[in-house]
Write a protein that binds this ligand. Sequence first.
Ligand SMILES: Nc1ncnc2c1ncn2[C@@H]1O[C@H](COP(=O)(O)OP(=O)(O)O)[C@@H](O)[C@H]1O
Ligand SMILES: [Mg+2]
Length: 364
Amino acid sequence: SLQSLRFWSPSRLVEAALKAAVEHRAQGVLVAGGLDDELDALVSLDRAVGLLGCSPREFKRARSLRAVMEAAARSGVATPKAALCRTPGEAAEAARRIGLPAVLKPDRTSGGYGIRVARSLEDIIREFKVVASHSRSHVVLQEYIEGADASVSLIATGQDAVAVSLNQQILGLRELGQLEPLGYSGNITPLRLGRAESEIREACEELCRRLGLRGSIGVDFVVRDGEAYLMEVNPRFQATLECVEEAYGVNLVELHLSALEGKLPEPVKASRYAARLIVYAKQPCRVGYLHDISGVRDVPPPGTTIEKRAPVCSVLSTAQTPEQALRSCLEKAREVYEKTVYSIRSHETGISLRRKALEGAQCL
Ligand SMILES: Nc1ncnc2c1ncn2[C@@H]1O[C@H](COP(=O)(O)OP(=O)(O)O)[C@@H](O)[C@H]1O
Ligand SMILES: [Mg+2]
């Protein structure tokens, strides 16, 4: 039933998840992305089925800018200077204090949607409205940290935490249809950072302890001159899940469930690199048969129509170098586009589309 969610919204997702939970007699819910700042949705899932991981209250703390900045300061993690703004004028004033370029962010973020980098006061005035349209009550203006986009995946028990991996984040890959400048496009795991690595791991572990988080936790950050600046805490499974599992040979769901019983994993070394990219529709399209592309994930049934900018599927590759893993993902993405038919409005294409969808269905 989750696959039939064409137009995503937190309430529709919860409705579909509750329906699936009843149908399959679920014993609990594992939360992934999209609901971080949707407290009502988390509370209804928790009441109806039970969250296996952080409670709604723990989510709230991990998503509170103030609580996180305080915990970060105590854990030795740098944070970008930030201000909460309600009007373009307030944002321009904050930018004069904090400096330019600056980042304008909605007060609830997901997948990088609605985040803008402003290089001038004119940019701030122009972009404010876009960012505010993604916000609930205010816009966050942050110092822009120019550096490497990264994340840490941790396992935490509430009292203690272990950083399992560092990951490179790939953002705004226009060639795969991600048009948001800082929109999520994928990951490469592990990310090697040399000497800075152990310090970043330890600081993130301390941050999880201070916030009392449990289960699989993600911390996003940007590394500038060897120093990690905290972006946000994701107190749930991350989009890096498959890359971490493939590179480290671990089962993150098992580690998550053990951590809820108070057990932390031993540190493991990565045996290879794993990359994952999200393939977004560049035009409204209908998908063909994608299952025979190796490493393709989250595959819609043949014939499914996808709106422009919505995800078609994801592709996953492993290799001995990060470059090879990424190149292989890009090749797979090209195959996906080849099997995806655009211009679904034209009569002519409509016929070939039906034929393609039928061919796909026969392969099933
Ligand atoms: N102030 C900033 N400076 C530099 N890059 C940023 C800043 N804020 C966000 N980003 C980049 O955009 C990504 C997405 O922002 P984030 O705060 O993690 O929101 P989301 O919940 O949408 O993932 C970050 O991981 C980071 O790479
Ligand atoms: Mg993020």
